[in-house]
Design a protein around this ligand. Structure first.
Ligand code: ATP
Ligand code: RIB
Length: 301
């Protein structure tokens, strides 16, 4: 992909490293606390920039240190941050527990992300016009996501939706506007109301999204890789690249961005690239801090 625009969230991540999550009513000690740039939208914009794709971001941060850290980090990898508005509402925050085995759990406080609106999209229209592809997630209001998807589609752009955090009852129109949707197994189950415990179940659930008009569903399967399900084509399972897992935070974000950066019409090649990039991301702590460069991905390939 030559040029991308991300409409989405920016969060300051508070990552707490610990042996295991407390049970309800239990107190446990943490090993570490790290404050780092995150947010699904910003992670994807950062990864696109770091992987060499010309990228702009539309979103909102507070007039605070966190906002400056986040926009500065995107700027450091060449992302155009002119579409990120400074709001009187504080920057979004994410509270992440990372267990020693690498599993994470996340609570988000939307902050300024909750105010990203159609007006922000209109102000960033030039960035969307200049891009080949619009990339979105669900940490900003769904009506804004739908508005941006409509605009991008009317301009003939590719639309990629990473439906995280997943919610049931998304408007069918959003699926009809999406060329690619990338849920993980749990998100796919929430979106469709269907079981996704096996690859066959994932495929059946993905088909229901194709029936709503999605071009291709990319079901990320963690350590098992990714299942691509497209209308009229045989489904493809591309295995993950083996890795030592340290922290899976932003693995999905890295996957989506790497897929977009590599996609030029050849699905399999872009999926191998995305699995490779994400396999590096899971081997490092943090969200944006874990994203590899294009050179690192080529080396691993
Ligand atoms: P996140 O942890 O960011 O929420 P996700 O749940 O959206 O991620 P996953 O399906 O867990 O997405 O992972 C995305 C991609 O990361 C996978 O498709 C795979 O390419 C890679 N990946 C995840 N876990 C592993 C692993 N244990 N080993 C190698 N690659 C992995
Ligand atoms: O996908 C990972 C991201 O989810 C974290 O960076 C956190 O900010 C939450 O938005």
């Amino acid at each position: 992909m030559k040029q991308a625009v991300v409409v989405g969230s920016l969060n300051l991540d508070y990552s707490i490293g610990l042996e295991r999550m407390p049970l309800p009513g239990e107190t446990v000690s943490a090993d570490s606390l790290r404050l780092t740039p995150g947010g699904k939208g910003a992670n994807q914009a950062y990864a696109l920039g770091r992987l060499g794709c010309k990228t702009a971001m539309i979103g909102a941060v507070g007039k605070d240190d966190a906002g400056r850290l986040l926009t500065g980090n995107l700027h450091s990898v060449g992302v155009d941050v002119s579409g990120i508005r400074e709001s009187d509402t504080p920057t979004g925050q994410a509270f992440i527990t990372v267990e020693r085995k690498g599993e994470n759990a996340i609570i988000i406080l939307a902050g300024a992300n909750g105010e990203v609106s159609a007006d922000d999209v209109d102000r960033g229209r030039g960035l969307i016009e200049a891009a080949d592809c619009l990339v979105m997630q669900l940490e900003i209001p769904v009506e804004t996501v739908l508005y941006a998807a409509r605009l991008a589609k009317s301009l003939g752009k590719m639309v990629v939706l990473d439906p995280a955090p997943a919610v049931s009852g998304l408007p069918d129109e959003l699926f009809a506007l999406a060329d690619f949707v990338k849920p993980n197994e749990t998100e796919l189950s929430i979106l469709t109301g269907m079981p996704t415990d096996t690859v066959a179940q994932c495929e059946a659930a993905a088909v229901t999204l194709l029936q709503k008009g999605v071009g291709t569903v990319l079901v990320s399967l963690g350590s098992k890789g990714v299942l691509a399900v497209s209308e009229g084509m045989e489904s493809v399972l591309v295995p993950a690249v083996e890795s030592v897992v340290v922290d899976t935070t932003a693995a999905g974000d890295c996957f989506t961005a790497a897929f977009v950066s590599a996609y030029d019409g050849d699905l399999k090649t872009a999926l191998v690239y995305a699995n490779t990039a994400a396999s590096i991301a899971v081997s490092r702590p943090g969200a944006q801090a874990s994203i590899p460069s294009a050179e690192e991905v080529k080396e691993r390939l």
